[in-house]
Design a protein around this ligand. Structure first.
Ligand SMILES: CC(C)(COP(=O)(O)OP(=O)(O)OC[C@H]1O[C@@H](n2cnc3c(N)ncnc32)[C@H](O)[C@@H]1OP(=O)(O)O)[C@@H](O)C(=O)NCCC(=O)NCCS
Length: 258
C-alpha cells in the first residue's frame, strides 16, 4: 500500500539555493526543504486539493465529502453503513479476490475499516466514498483515493456483484479522476490491477488511464494466497508542457461535488 518516507534516514539531503540570476538551484546548504514528510495544507479550503511539497513531495489532498454524477452519489462512509457494506460487498470473496484489503469475516471488520478510513482522512492521505445509486439509494460499492509521494494519487474500487457490467465502476472512476485532477498540482493518477482482472483494466482505460507496464511479483494479494503477484500499472499524467487539462477519457463532465 503506502510507501512511507524513510524517517530513519535523517534529514533530507536536497537543498535549494539561489543562483546569481536569482533562480533557485539544488546543492547548496543555503535553504533546506522541510525535513518532515508531513503534509501541510490550507485548512480554509475544505474542497478540492491543496499541495505543499515535503522532502519527497508528499501530498495532502482535500477532497469533497459528496460527489454526484448522473446516476450515482458518492459519500464518505459512517458507522451506520457498516452492515450494508459488509453484506453487499466487503464479505464477498468473489468481489474481494483482487483487492488489497482482506475479505471481511464479520461486521466488526467493516466497522474497524470505517473507523480507520475516517481517522486517516484528516491527514489528507486516504479517502473512501461509498457509491450509491441515486434513484434508489442502494449501496453499489466503494471507491478510494490514496495520496502518494511525488504529487501522485492512487485509486482503487470494488463493487457488489449485482452492480457489475452496468458502467457504474466507470462512471464513479471518471468522476473521481476529474475531481482529483481539478487541482493542477496533482501530476499523476495511477492504479494497479491483476493481469487477469480484465474488467478492472477496462475501467481504468475508460477513465483515461493508460497502460504503463507490468510490475512482476509486485503486489501481495492476501485474499488469493498471500504471495506477491504481477500487477499491471495504469497511469494518467499531467503534461507540464501543455496548459490544457488532461482528458479524463470518455468521462462524463457532469460531476458535482460539495
Ligand atoms: C472490476 C470491476 C470494478 C468492474 O466493474 P464493472 O461494473 O464490470 O465495470 P463497468 O460496467 O464500468 O465496465 C467497464 C468495462 O469493462 C468491461 N468488462 C466487464 N467485464 C469484463 C471482463 N470480464 N473482461 C473484459 N472486459 C470486461 C465492460 O464491457 C466495460 O467495457 P466496455 O464499456 O468497453 O464494454 C468489478 O468487476 C469489481 O468490483 N470487481 C471486484 C473488485 C475488483 O476487482 N476491483 C479492482 C481491483 S484492481
Amino acid at each position: 500500500m503506502m510507501t512511507q518516507p524513510n524517517w530513519a534516514a535523517g534529514p533530507s539531503q536536497i537543498r535549494v539555493a539561489k543562483t546569481k540570476q536569482g533562480r533557485k538551484k539544488r546543492g547548496s546548504s543555503q535553504e533546506r526543504e522541510p525535513q518532515s514528510p508531513c503534509i501541510r495544507h490550507d485548512r480554509n479550503v475544505n474542497t478540492g486539493l491543496r499541495l505543499q511539497p515535503g522532502p519527497k513531495n508528499f501530498l495532502a489532498v482535500r477532497l469533497p465529502e459528496k460527489i454526484v454524477t448522473e446516476r450515482l452519489l458518492l459519500s464518505w462512509p459512517t458507522e451506520v453503513d457498516a452492515d450494508e457494506m459488509f453484506a453487499r460487498y466487503a464479505s464477498d470473496p468473489e468481489v474481494t479476490r483482487y483487492v488489497r484489503f482482506l475479505t471481511h469475516h464479520s461486521v466488526e471488520d467493516t466497522r474497524a475499516f470505517i473507523e480507520e478510513v475516517n481517522a486517516l482522512r484528516p491527514a489528507g492521505t486516504d479517502f473512501v466514498w461509498l457509491v450509491r445509486e441515486r434513484s434508489t439509494g442502494i449501496l453499489l460499492g466503494a471507491i478510494g483515493v490514496h495520496a502518494m509521494p511525488r504529487a501522485a494519487v492512487e485509486i482503487g474500487y470494488c463493487y457488489a456483484r449485482d452492480a457489475w457490467g452496468r458502467g457504474i465502476a466507470t462512471e464513479a472512476a471518471c468522476a473521481v479522476v476529474e475531481i482529483v485532477f481539478g487541482d493542477e498540482k496533482i501530476r499523476r493518477i495511477f492504479a494497479t490491477c491483476a493481469p487477469e482482472n480484465a474488467a478492472s483494466a477496462r475501467v481504468l482505460e475508460k477513465a483515461g488511464l493508460a497502460y504503463e507496464c507490468t510490475l512482476r511479483r509486485h503486489v501481495v494479494l492476501g485474499n488469493l494466497d498471500g504471495e506477491p503477484h504481477d500487477a499491471m500499472r495504469y497511469g494518467l499524467v499531467r503534461n507540464p508542457l501543455r496548459k490544457k487539462k488532461p482528458s479524463g477519457g470518455r468521462c462524463s463532465r457532469r460531476v458535482k461535488h460539495k
